[in-house]
Design a protein around this ligand. Structure first.
Ligand code: TRP
Length: 330
C-alpha cells in the first residue's frame, strides 16, 4: 500500500504563488509516489469567516480549479470537502480533551493571526482551536506526509503531540505525521512583508491575468535604500530577487542581474521586466489549463472524492470509538 499525503486549502479566495511554492508544487510532484488527498478546508475557513459563508462556498470551486491547473490529477488524487466528512468534527471533539488552553495559545501562527485580525480576548473559540481541528484533518486519514508552507509547521507539531497523547491513553491508533515544507517555505509578499497572503492583499494569484501580473510586478517593493539605478543595491531578501530565484528558470540571467544590481549597473525596471517574463512563462500554461475546467467538472471530482474518502473516515472513527470504549450498537 502506498503511503498517504493529506493537505488542504482554506477556500477563502483563489490561491496564489505562496500556496504554490509552499505546498501545491509538492502535491503535483508526489502524486505518483503517494496516495494524495487534498481537502477543501471549508469548516476551518469558517472559523474566521463565519459571517461570510457565501464567500467560502463560492471559493471551493476556485480552489479546486487552482489545484487542477497546477497539475494535481483527479485520477490520482482524492479531492474532497471537509464539511462532507463529519467524522473529522467528531474526532475534533475527542481531541479537545488532549490539549490545554495554554498549549494552544503558544502556537505562533495562531498568535500572529490573532494579532492580525485584532481579536484580542474576544477570540472566537472555534478559531482558537483550529489547530486541533487541523490535527483531526490529518489524523483521520492517518497521513504520513503533509506538504505545507512553513507557517503551518506548528500545526503539524500539534498533530504529532495529539497523536502521541491519544496513543498513550487509548492504544496505538495514529501514526505521527511528518511535515514537508516547500523549497521556498515562505514567499515574501510583493510589498516586502514576510508572507504573501490574501488578507494582506500582497499576492499574485495563479489565475491573475497577464495585465494584472505586469501591474503587480512593476509596482513591487525592492531595495528602499536604492534611489538611482547607479546606486549599489541589496539582493538578499529583496522581493524581486526572491521571486527571480523561485520562478526564473534562466539561472544565468538571474546571476547576471544580481551581479549588476549589486554594482549599480541595472535599473529596477529591467529587473522587474525580466521577472514578469519569467512569471508569465510559468503562469500562462496554468491559466490556460484553468479556463478549460468547468464547474460541473469540479462537482464530479468532489463527488468522486467524497466516495473515496468516506470509507477511510468510517474505518478510523470506528477504531477510535472502540479504543475510547464508546458503546457501539451497530
Ligand atoms: N491551515 C491550512 C492553511 O491555512 C489549511 C489546512 C486545513 C490544512 N487543514 C489542513 C493543511 C490539513 C494541511 C493539512 O493553508
Amino acid at each position: 500500500m502506498k503511503k498517504r499525503i493529506l493537505t488542504g486549502d482554506r477556500p477563502t479566495g483563489r490561491l496564489h504563488l505562496g500556496h504554490y511554492v509552499g505546498s501545491l508544487k509538492n502535491r503535483a510532484a508526489l502524486q505518483d509516489e503517494y496516495d494524495l488527498f487534498v481537502m477543501m478546508a471549508n469548516v476551518q475557513a469558517l472559523t474566521d469567516n463565519f459571517d461570510n459563508p457565501q464567500k467560502i462556498r463560492d471559493s471551493i470551486a476556485e480552489v479546486v480549479k487552482d489545484n487542477l491547473a497546477v497539475g494535481v490529477d483527479p485520477k490520482k488524487a482524492t479531492i474532497f470537502v471537509q464539511s462532507q466528512v463529519p467524522e473529522i468534527a467528531e474526532l475534533t471533539i475527542f481531541f479537545l480533551n488532549l490539549v490545554s488552553l495554554s498549549r494552544l495559545k503558544l502556537n505562533p501562527t495562531v498568535k500572529d493571526e490573532m494579532r492580525q485580525k485584532g481579536f484580542g480576548d474576544e477570540v472566537p473559540v472555534g478559531f482558537l482551536i483550529y489547530p486541533i481541528s487541523q490535527a483531526a484533518d490529518i489524523l483521520f486519514l492517518k497521513a504520513d506526509l503533509v506538504p505545507v508552507g512553513e507557517d503551518q509547521n506548528p500545526m503539524i507539531e500539534q498533530s504529532r503531540e495529539i497523536a502521541r497523547r491519544f496513543n498513550s491513553l487509548y492504544g496505538s491508533v495514529f501514526p505521527e505525521p511528518k511535515g514537508l515544507i516547500g523549497d521556498v517555505g515562505r514567499l515574501v509578499g510583493m510589498d516586502g512583508q514576510a508572507k504573501m497572503s490574501k488578507s494582506l492583499d500582497n499576492a499574485i494569484y495563479l489565475s491573475d491575468s497577464s495585465d494584472e501580473v505586469k501591474r503587480k510586478v512593476m509596482s513591487m517593493y525592492t531595495d528602499p535604500k536604492r534611489i538611482r539605478p547607479t546606486d549599489p543595491g541589496t539582493v538578499e531578501g529583496n522581493p524581486v530577487f526572491v521571486y527571480h530565484d523561485a520562478f526564473n528558470e534562466n539561472k544565468g540571467e538571474v546571476e547576471d542581474l544580481k551581479d549588476r544590481y549589486r554594482n549599480g549597473k541595472v535599473g529596477d525596471v529591467e529587473v522587474k521586466e525580466k521577472l514578469f517574463v519569467a512569471l508569465e512563462g510559468f503562469l500562462a500554461p496554468i491559466r490556460e489549463r484553468r479556463v478549460q475546467i468547468s464547474d460541473s467538472d469540479v462537482a464530479d471530482i468532489l463527488e468522486e472524492g467524497l466516495k473515496r474518502v468516506k470509507p477511510v473516515a468510517r474505518e478510523t472513527i470506528e477504531e477510535v470509538r472502540a479504543a475510547m470504549k464508546l458503546p457501539d450498537f451497530s
